[in-house]
Design a protein around this ligand. Structure first.
Ligand code: ATP
Length: 199
């Protein structure tokens, strides 16, 4: 499921529409300090479902919208679009190309699209969790993450291996199943009480 293209528009320092093509092999992004390299990875994390402003080095999610510079005023919206080659169907959608788009307006309203169809944030997250690319996966290792992994507790490290092995998806399904089981048990208890009353 190769990542083919990233389009940023109004995201942080990318005031103008900027397209980054990812060709076969390794793509390196180089530039001086403060030129926006980390903003590129943050844009990818954001469109994949990141919802913590702090994780994107902001106070409020609106901080990701271009805030203006010496030469131009602030913008009113930010958009990021990620395009995957999905010939291998790693993303569980019957489409050779998958375009995920997220937009935020200065009013705070957000919109999400999969292949131009309006969806919920939950749908985007589910799409990536099902493919083993959830927002916390090691597909994106940001600055400081390596130190964090090396210094982490055994339990946290286990989570990282489970994620890499694709176990996390099943753990989430197990949690949903356990919740349903719990609800069913409660229903059974209630029915038994009713039966006793009727006897
Ligand atoms: P380094 O090499 O030091 O890690 P970098 O190339 O990764 O730097 P980033 O941290 O991605 O750079 O970019 C920081 C730049 O993004 C700063 O110049 C900052 O002013 C700018 N920036 C961040 N948020 C916004 C915003 N909302 N509007 C405009 N510019 C922004």
């Amino acid at each position: 499921m190769p990542l083919k293209q990233l389009v940023l528009n109004g995201f942080k320092s990318f005031a103008d529409k900027t397209t980054i093509n990812f060709n076969k092999g390794i793509t390196g992004i180089v530039g001086p300090n403060g030129s926006g390299k980390s903003n590129v990875t943050e844009a990818i994390r954001w469109v994949m479902g990141e919802n913590s402003a702090k994780a994107l080095r902001g106070e409020n999610m609106r901080d990701i919208i271009f805030a203006g510079s010496e030469f131009r005023g602030p913008l009113n919206k930010a958009e990021v679009c990620l395009i995957f080659d999905n010939h291998d169907r790693q993303l569980h959608l019957d489409s050779d190309k998958v375009a995920i788009m997220r937009r935020i307006l200065r009013s705070g309203d957000s919109e999400y699209f999969i292949n131009n169809q309006s969806v919920r944030l939950k749908d985007i997250r589910t799409l990536f969790v099902d493919s083993g690319l959830s927002q916390n996966s090691l597909a994106i290792i940001s600055q400081g993450k390596v130190d964090q992994i090396l210094n982490s507790q055994a339990e946290d490290r286990r989570y990282i291996f489970e994620e890499a092995a694709g176990v996390l998806h099943f753990k989430q399904q197990k949690l949903v199943a356990l919740k349903k089981l719990d609800e069913t048990n409660n229903n059974l208890i209630r029915i038994n009480d009713l039966v006793k009353e009727l006897k």
